[in-house]
Design a protein around this ligand. Structure first.
Ligand code: URA
Length: 243
């Protein structure tokens, strides 16, 4: 009878960690862990659907059917997979896909930018949960000039209705006459948090784009398009979710 499972080096190679030979080296060097145990012998068989595999401590997602997509959500699209009121929604942009996708957290209808979608419900939940504190970066257009103490106020904490909220970083990217582009990074994921923060410091948002979610960046991806997350980027995302 054939042995159950697939050889570890093959699973690692299929997950994008290099050739089977290179993956055998990773195993021999003691860098690979299966279900919490370092494996150094060759030929161990694993079930890629259920085994928790790490290389250098970083999770290697091996379930063959996991899908993670980066969407550049256009402005005017509501963040639901199906909208009861028939408004254009995120679900419409992935209507041709067979996977049952979840969106990771939310963006306001009039915010554009990076929204992750996945069929891994556990990943979606953990990435969106405040306890994992995944960093998100936003670029906002606001009225200028920007007061000298705005960055300091945002970094030291602004009183909002739920309590004090801080940003991790704040920078003015571009100052135009009457208008500025500012960048904020924060761990918070509460509703309208960026709009409320900037309003509270006297700079109501005119437009807002999310440019980063944890290790994933929007880059030059065009609005309305999808990009598959895989390889090192996918491993970093699972690690950021504490999986
Ligand atoms: N903060 C906001 O105000 N809006 C978003 O869509 C996301 C974060």
């Amino acid at each position: 009878m054939a042995e159950a499972g697939i050889r570890l080096q093959k699973v690692l190679a299929q997950a994008g960690l290099g050739s089977r030979r290179a993956c055998e080296d990773l195993i021999a060097e003691g860098r690979v862990e299966v279900d919490g145990v370092v494996v150094t012998e060759q030929g161990v068989r694993v079930d890629p659907r259920s085994a928790v595999i790490r290389v250098d401590g970083e999770r290697v997602p091996t379930a063959p059917d996991v899908v993670v997509l980066a969407l550049n959500k256009p402005r005017g699209i509501v963040c639901t997979m199906r909208d009861e009121r028939g408004r254009p929604c995120v679900g419409d942009l992935v209507a041709d896909r067979a996977d049952r996708l979840f969106h990771v957290g939310r963006l306001d209808a009039n915010t554009e930018g990076l929204l992750l979608l996945t069929n891994d419900g556990d990943l979606a939940q953990r990435l969106a949960h405040p306890s994992h504190g995944v960093e998100k970066t936003y670029v906002a257009t606001v009225p200028a000039p920007i007061g000298r103490d705005v960055g300091r106020r945002l970094r030291s904490g602004v009183e909002l209705e739920e309590g004090t909220v801080k940003v991790d970083s704040f920078a003015v990217l571009e100052a135009l006459p009457g208008r500025a582009l500012v960048e904020l990074t924060l761990h918070e994921g509460r509703k309208h948090v960026v709009r409320r923060l900037l309003e509270a410091v006297g700079h109501p948002v005119e437009s807002l784009v999310r440019t980063r979610f944890g290790p994933v960046r929007l880059g030059q991806q065009r609005p309305g398009t999808l990009r598959a997350i895989d390889g090192a980027e996918l491993r970093s995302l699972y690690t950021a979710a504490g999986l």
